[in-house]
Design a protein around this ligand. Structure first.
Ligand code: SF4
Length: 516
């Protein structure tokens, strides 16, 4: 019998290792022999530790399992899929998974992350093999035609970036993966790196062989030690198997990857600061132009994309651009791994085609708040994303539709607050966060964020015209930051601040008219 116990950080945080140890103790005591696979997480985080048992009906789930539940689960005959209060039925048939469109996350939670055989048995390497069999320009064209846009947040068309690098003449070119997933409430990059690392290796290798880059770097945030360890093992396995190295799958083309651990700066998620950091310098944003596609790492042409962007490439090559492009709405093609976090009953990862609404995510997927109180505000797109009020919850998740209402889809993180949240404090926090994380290169961000905290404090402390004056000052300051910042750090901090002020003026002690 095979049992699956996740090795994902979210499962480890609630005791998955202890559950695995309890299973081993119990099987030894009972003289049973079971095979324990440490898989990735299925993304149903409220059910972790979710243990799956391979039965004739399929993989039957039990969760959330605590170590002390294990003896009773054996008593209940879980190795045959027996009934128990924690039994969930066949995991693949659970509505949470069945209703998703898992393309990028097709294998996450299903396979043994470090088994190349398992990876290939579930469609792995098909994309790379197809890419190696076609001209490099055709590979880039497929990525362009798929409509894939950068999933890190900027949503720039990946194919155009790749084409620029492919066309550039240089002695060295690089592929850099931005795995500095610093947005609060986001974890899709981590889940891929811990749960299906070969898909990232495959996606980056496709980028390398199609643009002429021979070296790749994965820049992983230091807060992800398990992801770093898993990736390093995966890269070693891929090299031994001849997927990486001087002769990628016998094609005569070279590509190799190195995993680098970051040092904990949020701004190093900004691509040029990341490149500085990779070069061994302090993580400060570079002015653009030149763009990294022409002058990136060590001044050479560089493809820099986020984990999810690269991880989406193998299926595009395996199934064709049209297959991927058919998902989504408007100019937002394909799927988005959405991360639901904060005050929710069911938090976790949901991969869906663009076009789903926030209301569907909050009601159908998240199941409302864990506190049982009404949802008041939802922050979409990380700590610098806007707070989306209920009146906008039916807008389809789509880069352009969100931009039109002054919000961002970003990296697909959603953080939910109930009606006890004070939006003036959350707005103040956004400015404080910017002040702490600012790289200091430009004045609107470096100074503006500190002044922003002070102005918000004065708004909440004062009354009458003195209060209104400060509101005007805050709006002026936000204008300056929006228009004058060198990068998205200072340029987006006004999003949460202004959306809080616009939609929740009462939290600042204002009448709606005074907030304008
Ligand atoms: Fe640095 Fe902030 Fe300016 Fe970005 S906006 S370059 S983080 S000071």
């Amino acid at each position: 019998t095979t049992l699956y116990v996740p090795r994902d950080s979210a499962a480890l945080a609630v005791g998955a290792d202890e559950v695995a140890a309890a299973i081993e103790r119990e099987t030894a005591a009972r003289g049973l022999s079971v095979r324990l696979v440490r898989n990735g997480s299925r993304g149903m985080l409220w059910l972790e530790t979710l243990v799956e048992v391979q039965t004739s009906r399929g993989r039957v789930g039990y969760g959330p399992v605590a170590p002390e539940d294990v003896p009773a689960l054996f008593e209940a005959g879980w190795l045959q899929g027996g009934a128990h209060a924690l039994a969930l039925g066949v995991v693949d048939e659970l509505p949470w998974l069945q209703r998703q469109q898992r393309l990028t996350f097709a294998r996450v939670g299903l396979t043994d992350p470090l088994s190349l055989a398992d990876y290939e048995a579930h469609g792995g390497l098909l994309g790379l093999r197809r890419a190696l069999a076609m001209p490099a320009t055709e590979v880039v064209q497929q990525v362009t035609d798929s409509g894939l846009r950068g999933r890190g947040g900027a949503a720039f068309p990946a194919g155009i970036k790749w084409k620029t690098v492919a066309a550039a003449a240089a002695s060295h070119k690089y592929v850099v993966c931005n795995a500095d997933e610093g947005d609060s409430g986001t974890f899709s990059d981590r889940m891929v790196m811990e749960g299906d690392p070969f898909v990232l290796v495959e996606g980056m290798t496709i980028a390398g062989i199609s643009t002429g880059a021979t070296r790749g770097y994965i820049y992983v945030r230091s807060e992800y030690p398990f992801a770093v360890r898993t990736l390093r093992e995966a890269v070693d396995i891929a090299r031994t198997a001849g997927i990486l190295g001087p002769d990628v799958l016998g094609s005569g083309r070279a590509f190799d990857i190195e995993v680098r651990m970051a040092a904990g700066a949020y701004v190093c998620g900004e691509e040029t600061a990341l490149l500085e950091s990779l070069e061994g310098k302090r993580g400060i944003v570079r002015a653009k132009p030149p763009i990294p596609a022409l002058s990136g790492l060590f001044g050479q042409p560089t493809v820099i994309n986020n984990v999810i962007t690269f991880a989406s490439v193998p299926i595009i090559l395996a199934r064709g651009a049209a297959f991927y492009r058919d998902y989504g709405v408007g100019r937002s093609h394909g799927t988005l791994p959405i991360q639901i976090a904060g005050n929710v009953r069911r938090g976790g990862l949901v991969e869906l085609a663009f076009g789903v609404t926030l209301r569907e995510l909050l009601v159908d997927w998240a199941g409302g708040t864990v506190s049982g109180r009404p949802v008041k505000a939802v922050q979409v797109g990380g700590p610098l994303g806007a707070y989306v009020p209920e009146s906008k919850w039916d807008v389809p998740l789509d880069y352009e539709a969100y931009a039109a209402m002054g919000a961002v889809v970003g990296h697909g993180g959603i953080v939910v607050h109930d009606d006890t949240a004070d939006l003036s404090r959350l707005a103040r926090y956004a400015m404080e966060f910017c002040a702490i994380e600012s790289c200091g290169k430009c004045t609107p961000c470096r100074i503006g964020s500190t002044r922003g905290v002070e102005v918000i404090d004065r708004i909440t402390a004062r009354a009458g015209t003195a209060k209104a004056e400060q509101v005007e000052l805050l709006r002026d300051l936000c204008d300056t930051m929006l228009a004058g910042s060198l990068c998205a750090m200072g340029g987006m901090t006004p999003y949460p601040v202004l959306s809080a002020l616009d939609h929740y003026p009462e939290d600042f002690g204002l009448q709606p008219a005074d907030a304008a």
